[in-house]
Design a protein around this ligand. Structure first.
Ligand code: 26W
Length: 823
């Protein structure tokens, strides 16, 4: 008899090819002769998805059957990156599918390039959430990610005349094969209106919230595979729609257009991701987004709890909820409302449950990023939550008085309501009071939190504070994005390292092995040639793959100091102009990153970089020894070929401002060396790789604070440093702006007069360090190679698996549940 494998699950080459062509025919409605690249992508995505569903359903069944304790990650952002390649890697089917496509005359990588990534995040915080989902699934931790299914993710970046211009992202244009809409689990969310008190049948005072609008939240689920395990967890994103019987009042009045309009207004809530990174924009719609997804998610958790037949009191045993920054912190008030008002629970019990349930991660020390909502705005959208926050505050401030006595200044600082010059609801204070654990994202960051922004809370609740240094997933950031290096490592230390990253230390045994060293060097070169071709395709600029690739890729922000990098480039350029035969290390300066659309100074920094590139790249005197490229539209997809091709990683933020950084980890893991300050996780990276394998410069966080306290005068650095003065004057003269002296004036004035991020104070230290970097790269290539290997070999700590294990053990108390595939 003929044995035919099931098209949906079979794994033989013949079955994969047949299943793919079947999906092309029956899902895309195309035959190969008219199929487009997008059709092939969709057909392949469905073929891969079919092979994930068994894992997904078995995982859900197992969690329900065992009442598994579940870690919930509440985040306004999930920057997942493209799914296809990652799912193939995690299923262990990458090579097989590559061969199947080849046998059909297709190329897997080209098909993968068709994917529109879901850019549902701004930067580090959203990408961290994605790495943690990957690690939780890989570690077989029962978990759920909850967020917003933005119709428009982070904008697409284009350039006009060297300036950033934003275009709307259309990630859903071709459909999303990875998600499943689940209308049967839709929930309603109230917004606005007022509250009414009443006495219930037992004579208790109760509050009823009468909203002025109701929106419907529809969950869209995406399976999140673990690496080489059966676990497939769920990312559940909410889309806002209008309720079924949309605005029946208007409709009954015969106001059809009014009713349609209110439908449109409801859908606005999940329309677009706010593109700000580290700056609060106090917009009504943003608060509506935050409340919307939090309320949907908590209602969903209560439904899940009850569907397992568990009582509400068991909420904190069933779920532990991590707040990814304060964006979802209104969950504390919403859970209280659900318990006290909707489920008539006593306040004290509800508060105990709430505090047991939540933990809060802080991601920034910048005061302008701390969320504070104008009280009138908060009260007009969430009148009942404002009452609840007042009550939490009343009880909390009594607790403060009990411990510290009548210290009115302390009370004013700790109050959930700010009352100095306008009244605001302080979300970080709410998060601290309503959570049982509070963490920073690197050791230095956690210490600074305790000493500065959260000092009062640390003095009141020292036991709540813990550090959880960030990590990144080695599956996406090595196995998928640097396959050549991954293969070399497999051949030398075996294949366990992607889940046991500490094993990379076994590479140290090969640091002097000539054959291994050669391969290491060749792989870096091959990765650089690959990026070189991509750069030419994307920018038209030809770069030299034998030059040092000096890379700074991240959001554009004054504290991250891309402008300091630009000052270095201009320094080298001036040296060459003054002495054309000067021996310098050929370098390619690679930048990528988006500026928030309303952040003028960040956009001006981009313009400066592209303007410097325009001059330097063309100047014959430079003789191609310096090249400056700005790779457009930085996102996960575009970043993946950059880390493996880098020689030098720029991590040059002002000490005390970068909470952790995670790009710094991706670079070092891929064998690039860091030039960096003692900021964020740089401190720990340097500790791990060894001070001799890290290029350190600049002031410490304490020195920055001390300099500012003593009255920092940036222009003195300018006046006393001839080379710095020459660089600044060259920009001011209009040399990079076609003779126009106005273009960069705001940037220069700011550096000379304010310089909040002490660029000028760190300039000389940075230049000296860069001179040293250039020498080592040029004159001591053997040592550079050795440092590169040792960096990768010593990065084990920075796996997100390590970070997630720490959260599980010290905050969540969640254990793995292994999944057997069900019949
Ligand atoms: C309210 C507007 C807003 C939006 C996003 C304020 C702040 C944010 C995030 C906190 C910005 C962010 O992504 N922070 C980064 O988080 C990473 C993960 O922990 C850290 O590695 C980065 O250092 C930190 O800047």
């Amino acid at each position: 008899s003929v044995q035919v494998e099931d098209d949906r699950t079979g794994l033989s080459l013949e079955t994969l090819k047949r299943a793919f062509l079947d999906n092309l025919f029956y899902v895309q409605g195309k035959s190969p002769d008219i199929a487009t690249a997008k059709d092939y992508y969709m057909a392949l995505a469905y073929t891969v998805r079919d092979r994930m569903l068994h894992h997904w359903l078995s995982t859900g069944q197992t969690y329900r059957r065992t009442h598994a304790r579940t870690a919930v990650y509440l985040s306004a952002e999930f920057l997942m990156g493209p799914y296809l390649g990652n799912n193939l890697i995690n299923l262990g089917l990458y090579d097989l599918f590559e061969q199947a496509m080849e046998e059909l005359g297709l190329n897997l990588k080209e098909i993968m390039d068709q994917e529109q990534e879901p850019g549902l995040g701004n930067g580090g915080l959203g990408r961290l959430a994605a790495c943690y989902l990957d690690s939780m699934a890989t570690l077989e931790i029962p978990s759920l990610g909850y967020g917003i299914r933005y119709e428009f993710g982070i904008f697409e970046q284009a350039f006009h005349d060297g300036w950033q211009v934003e275009k709307t992202d259309q990630w859903l244009r071709w459909g999303n094969p990875w998600e499943v809409r689940r209308p049967e689990w839709a929930v309603h969310v109230k917004i606005g209106g007022h509250t009414e008190g009443y006495t219930d049948h037992q004579g208790r005072y109760q509050v009823n919230w009468v909203p002025d609008k109701v929106v419907r939240g529809i969950p869209y689920d995406t399976p999140i595979l673990g690496y080489q395990v059966n676990t497939a967890n769920t990312l559940r994103l909410w889309r806002a729609e209008s309720p079924e019987s949309f605005d029946f009042d208007a409709f009954n009045r015969g106001d059809y257009y009014g009713a349609v309009n209110s439908k449109i207004i409801s859908e606005n809530i999940s329309k677009v991701l706010y593109p700000n990174d580290d700056k609060l924009e106090g917009k009504q719609l943003r608060l509506e987004q935050e409340f919307f997804f939090v309320s949907c998610s908590l209602q969903d958790m209560i439904r899940l709890l009850m569907s397992e037949g568990l009582p509400l009191e068991q909420f904190p045993e069933k779920f532990t909820v991590q707040l990814n920054d304060t964006h979802p912190a209104v969950a504390i008030a919403e859970l209280m409302r659900l318990l006290v008002d909707d489920h008539e629970m006593a306040w004290d019990l509800a508060w105990e449950i709430t505090q047991k349930s939540f933990a809060y991660t802080n991601h920034t020390l910048l005061p302008e990023a701390l969320e504070r909502w104008p009280m009138y705005l908060f009260g007009s959208l969430l009148p009942r939550h404002l009452e609840i926050i007042f009550e939490i505050n009343r009880i909390f401030l009594d607790q403060v008085r009990l411990k510290f006595g009548p210290d009115n200044e302390r009370i004013a600082r700790m109050s959930l309501i700010e009352e100095t010059g306008g009244r605001y609801v302080r979300m970080a204070n709410l998060a601290c009071v309503g959570s049982h654990a509070i963490n920073g994202v690197a050791e230095l960051h956690t210490e600074l939190l305790k000493e500065t922004v959260l000092k009062d809370f640390y003095e009141l609740f020292p036991e709540k504070f813990v550090n959880k240094t960030n990590g990144v997933t080695p599956r996406r950031w090595m196995v998928l994005s640097n396959p050549r290096l991954a293969k070399l490592i497999d051949q030398h230390i075996g294949t366990a390292w992607p889940t046991q990253l500490d094993q990379l230390s076994k590479l140290e045994a090969y640091v002097d092995d000539p054959a291994f060293r050669n391969e290491w060097r060749e792989i870096k070169q091959a990765n650089k040639r690959f990026l070189t071709a991509r750069i030419e395709r994307l920018t038209g600029i030809k770069v030299n793959p034998d030059s040092m690739f000096d890379v700074q890729i991240k959001r554009i922000h004054e504290y991250k100091r891309q402008q300091l990098n630009a000052l270095h480039i201009i320094t080298l350029y001036r040296r060459l102009k003054q002495n054309p035969d000067l021996e310098i290390t050929p370098r390619t300066f690679i930048f990528a990153g988006k500026a928030a659309p309303g952040y003028f100074m960040a956009k001006l920094i981009i313009k400066l970089i592209t303007a410097v590139g325009d001059i330097v790249n063309r100047d014959p005197v430079v003789r191609d020894r310096l090249k400056v490229v700005f790779i457009p539209n930085y996102n996960v997809t575009n970043s993946q070929p950059i880390y493996p091709a880098s020689d030098l990683s720029e991590q040059i933020s002002t000490a005390g401002f970068e909470a952790s950084g995670t790009g710094n980890m991706k670079f070092a893991l891929n064998g690039s060396l860091t030039i960096g300050t003692l900021d964020g996780a740089n401190v720990e990276i340097r500790e791990e790789v060894g001070a001799e394998n890290f290029f350190l410069f600049g002031m410490t966080a304490d020195e920055v604070t001390a300099l500012k306290a003593s009255g920092y005068q940036p222009w003195q650095y300018y006046e006393e440093n001839a080379e710095l003065k020459g660089v600044i004057d060259l920009i001011s003269s209009g040399f990079f702006s076609g003779g126009d002296t106005e273009t960069f004036k705001p940037l220069i004035d700011n550096l000379l007069q304010q310089d909040r991020f002490t660029v000028l104070a760190d300039y000389q230290s940075y230049i000296d360090c860069q001179d040293h970097v250039g020498k080592v790269y040029q004159q001591d290539q053997e040592n550079w190679l050795r440092m590169s290997i040792l960096n990768a070999a010593r990065m084990g700590k920075f796996s997100s698996d390590r970070a997630v294990r720490e959260y599980c053990k010290e905050i969540w108390h969640v254990d793995p549940v292994s999944i057997e595939l069900q019949e």
